[in-house]
Design a protein around this ligand. Structure first.
Ligand code: WTA
Length: 651
């Protein structure tokens, strides 16, 4: 967010609504202070159904901490068996709506049966066992949460690759994780078009260690190429319908899943998630942030392929036995009122979505909203990127009718669960348009200057998490050093988030965007590395640099700067070919909006591309913003590069 806009943030506006009880920021802070201790998290953890209850909060060599080290637990057991024991057998777990309006309803018992059959088949027919790794590459169908729960039931670590990623991105993640099995589907519907996922799987696995591909049928158009492939329904066909698979007793610190995410440089990092700490932060945040009650209908619009879906569609809501809506389609297809139609029809009471979706939907004429009765709603939250005050106001006024709690929950793949938010299920502070609110109980955050000192209220700085928290990563898959350096060394001993933020005079946090080169486009987190590799992998391209440029709707969009090899001439056809290359290799979500041919990239003496400078010159931001941000470069270097770049782009 440019500096000028930051200054306009409504730090002083405080909004309350009649139906909810609010506390002052001071009251919140003083009660919050009491929660910053290990015993607090231990007492929260003891609310879960452990096979063996933990007596210790954490142990280990910092930052490689094991949370609740003496506890035994199983995530699938918490989401299914416990719900059934609590009498929720016939409660609806999932109301699924296909883009083609096909509907499916699954109770907790339906899930329990499906998950047990899948676990049985994975174990006995595919030979999967505790500690193995499986890749999931699936669209939004009910079999997806079932697959995740079936794998975690038998202690298999899964690595999910979002279905919007292309074949190379999928292959890189398969190779890095070392998984030998992939679970996928024939495809899915997107804006009326059939997307055949299996094609990507075929090209990603033709030269990999994958020994088996399991294919769910969503379109009914799947195929089996060789003996390595099997349809999921065939895999479970003869499994007795009442089969029961004993859930593995996992250590709290045993990995539940790996989720790859993008950072500043290099390949995506496999964030390794534990079981007990993760389930504890989900348990707590589902209560505090979403206040889910038995009668609520919860709808999180994220794709399960990202952390938001892992945490707040699958494990969080299911461990409290919630009823959820899941929609296969995009926000404005088949019509721009479809989401509001779904909320009316299923009486959704808690709604969790993204700023990009809100900004997209607010562009349509108001009658698309007004046609529908949204009275069932009581809590609205957004996630994934900063929400601008205007979008928040629309969400609060038009969707929430000025009677709902509306917030913007800040967190990241690395934290596993929500860290900064409004907490209607705990103590609720007044709302402010665009803020993230305050840290949840048990977690302390602060805004720091470059040198690690605390920023003043209103001063922009780097967001850090001050204390270890359940849900923190175990490590980066196969790279402990990178884990420690990336997150715990930038500011010694505290968790570096990679975000810019300000804290206002009342203590509210306002996250402004990434401080590194991660691009957040429509809430999707992309690294520059993968897109750049795709471009340089194309014949005729010598070098490239990708940056995120501000976009009114999507937050940011990628733009690529490309240097061509000698003798290759720039053309519009080449631009299109390069975009196609990115679509194929990384996926449709990563396609640059524009490709700019350039003769030289600005670099620091050590050879690092100054992406922020590219961004600034391209968008004509002030040079003053840049100098403090290019860690490795001197001011003269930056100014020289700036002048040269300006000349070239001005051509
Ligand atoms: C950004 C998504 C502002 C932030 C759960 C973070 C946000 C990155 C918000 C993590 C929010 C997420 N306000 N920014 N409410 N929520 N972000 O790993 O830059 O896909 O670092 O996790 O999203 O993205 P990730």
């Amino acid at each position: 967010m440019p500096e000028t806009e930051e200054k306009k943030l409504p730090f002083d506006e405080k909004i309350t609504v009649e139906k909810w009880k609010f506390v002052s920021p001071e009251e919140y802070k003083s009660k919050h202070k009491e929660t910053i201790k290990e015993s607090f998290w231990l007492s929260i953890a003891s609310e879960l159904d452990w096979f063996k209850k933990p007596q210790k909060a954490y142990e280990g060599k910092f930052p490689f901490l094991k949370w609740f080290p003496d506890g035994k637990i199983n995530a699938s057991y918490l989401c299914l068996d416990v719900q059934i024991k609590k009498g929720k057998k016939d409660k609806i777990a999932l109301l699924w709506i296909g883009e083609d309006k096909k509907e499916r309803t699954l109770t907790y018992n339906d899930f329990f049966k499906l998950v047990n059959s899948l676990s049985f088949a994975f174990k006995n027919r595919l030979g999967l066992k505790k500690g193995d790794i499986a890749t999931i590459y699936m669209p939004m169908i009910p079999e997806l949460p079932a697959t995740m729960l079936a794998l975690s039931r038998i202690g298999v670590i899964f690595s999910f690759v979002f279905s919007g990623f292309g074949s190379q991105a999928l292959k890189d993640r398969i190779d890095d994780s070392g998984s030998k099995i992939i679970i996928t589907a024939d495809g899915f519907l997107r804006r009326g078009k059939k997307i055949y996922l299996q094609k990507n799987v075929e090209s990603a696995t033709s030269n990999s260690n994958i020994e088996k591909t399991v294919v769910f049928r969503r379109l009914g158009e799947g195929w089996l190429k060789d003996k390595k492939d099997i349809f999921a329904d065939d895999l479970i066909k003869d499994v007795p319908s009442d089969v029961f698979v004993e859930p593995e007793e996992m250590n709290s610190y045993d990995p539940l899943f790996i989720l790859y995410t993008s950072g500043t440089t290099g390949k995506p990092k496999g964030i390794v998630r534990d079981t007990g700490g993760y389930m504890t932060i989900l348990w707590a945040t589902v209560k505090w942030v979403f206040d889910i009650k038995d009668e609520d209908i919860f709808w999180c619009t994220a794709d399960i392929g990202w952390i938001t879906g892992h945490s707040y569609i699958v494990f969080g809501p299911m461990m409290v036995g919630a009823t959820q809506v899941m929609y296969e389609g995009t926000p404005d297809y088949p019509h721009p009122g479809i989401w509001w139609e779904i909320i009316e029809k299923y009486k959704v009471s808690i709604f969790y979505t993204s700023p990009t979706a809100i900004r997209l939907l607010m562009k349509y004429p108001e009658e698309n909203v007004e046609k529908y009765n949204l009275d069932s709603l009581r809590i609205l939250h957004s996630v994934g990127e900063p929400i601008n005050p205007e979008a928040w106001r629309w969400f609060f006024n038009k969707i929430g009718k000025r009677k709902c709690v509306a917030g913007s929950t800040w967190w990241m793949t690395e934290t596993g669960g929500i860290i900064i938010s409004h907490t209607p299920g705990w103590e609720l502070i007044p709302m402010k348009p665009g803020t993230n609110g305050m840290p949840i109980p048990g977690v302390s955050v602060s805004v720091r200057r470059q040198d690690g000192s605390y920023a003043e209220p209103g001063e922009k700085g780097f967001l850090v998490i001050d204390n270890p928290f359940p849900g923190m990563p175990l490590t980066i898959w196969k790279d402990d050093r990178r884990y420690e350096e990336t997150y715990w060394k930038r500011f010694e001993g505290v968790f570096y988030t990679g975000d810019f933020a300000v804290q206002d005079q009342d203590g509210y946090i306002w996250v402004l965007g990434r401080a590194d080169e991660v691009i957040k486009t429509a809430g999707h987190r992309l690294g520059t590395y993968e897109i750049e590799s795709a471009l340089t992998g194309y014949e005729g391209v010598a070098e490239s640099a990708v940056v995120g440029i501000e976009d009114k709707e999507k937050g940011e969009i990628p733009i690529a700067f490309v240097i061509l090899k000698e003798g290759v001439s720039p053309s519009d056809t080449l631009k299109e070919k390069l975009k196609e290359q990115v679509r194929k290799v990384v996926g449709p979500i990563a396609v640059p909006k524009d490709i700019v041919f350039i003769s030289k990239l600005p670099k620091t003496r050590s050879g690092k591309i100054m992406r922020r400078l590219l961004k600034a010159v391209f968008t004509e931001a002030k040079i003053g913003d840049i100098t403090t941000l290019e860690d490795e470069a001197s001011i003269e270097e930056i100014e020289k590069a700036y002048r040269e770049l300006k000349k070239e782009l001005g051509k």
